[in-house]
Design a protein around this ligand. Structure first.
Ligand SMILES: Cc1cc2nc3c(=O)[nH]c(=O)nc-3n(C[C@H](O)[C@H](O)[C@H](O)COP(=O)(O)O)c2cc1C
Length: 208
């Protein structure tokens, strides 16, 4: 079983990545494979609503950033962690652009797979940012994995999360809970429990 982790910071070795590594290391200790994908410091396209992904149902029309890499790897992943720094009390613009496209072009590859968001910050805006990322999961039939606190960790002056003992504990517990849920789902699958198909028949505008 494998968990895919996305670093929504431009800093490949920053606080968010270190937080993701805490989760990944704990998942590995619990027998779960992991891979961290970096959004990096390059430009991430916004979704332009062209619906090109409705023709090619496995990819976004923009091929020059890491979104399609994530979508391709998502097909064989069993769970997901989305990590972001807090920028002005919201997730990074880069991760929102990426997640719009991941879920619009490849959302079907994440259905019924557990997910969690983690946020890093200097001081404030973590829970508001958590709410934003969690909404991608709740419109896409994904169980949200929780921990013993909201999934947030504060950076210290050196830019690392390790001084935040409770934040680190929260990430470790989150990883244990993710590993536990993945193993439960695997047992269910082996026992013949299938995922619901839930066809989307009705699609109305608000006025009618
Ligand atoms: C443009 C910008 C806006 C920020 N806004 C906030 C904020 O609203 N609240 C906060 O606590 N930290 C804020 N920060 C600090 C980052 O969230 C924090 O340093 C984070 O851990 C950086 O993660 P990284 O090292 O993975 O990039 C901001 C940083 C930047 C660059």
């Amino acid at each position: 079983m494998k968990v895919l982790l996305l670093n929504g910071s431009t800093h490949a070795h920053g606080c968010t990545n270190q937080a993701l590594e805490i989760v990944a290391t704990t998942l590995n200790q619990d027998g779960i494979d992991t891979e961290i994908i970096q959004l990096g410091a390059g430009a991430i396209h916004d979704c332009i609503g062209c619906n090109g992904c409705k023709q090619d149902t496995t990819a976004c029309v923009f091929k020059d950033d890491s979104v399609n890499t994530f979508i391709a790897k998502a097909q064989n992943a069993d769970g997901f962690i989305f990590g972001s720094p807090v920028y002005y009390a919201h997730p990074s613009g880069a991760i929102l652009s990426a997640m719009d496209r991941i879920f619009y072009a490849g959302g079907q590859f994440l259905h019924h797979k557990p997910a969690a968001a983690i946020l890093t910050a200097r001081r404030a805006g973590t829970t508001a940012s958590l709410d934003v990322i969690n909404k991608y999961f709740t419109i896409n039939q994904m169980p949200i994995v929780s921990s013993t606190y909201w999934n947030q960790v504060y950076r210290d002056t050196a830019g690392t999360p390790t001084a935040d003992a409770e934040g680190t504990q929260t990430l470790t517990h989150l990883a244990h809970n993710m590993a536990w849920l993945l193993k439960c789902l695997d047992v269910g699958k082996t026992a013949g429990i299938t995922t619901p198909t839930n066809p989307k028949v009705a699609k109305t505008n608000f006025v009618k």
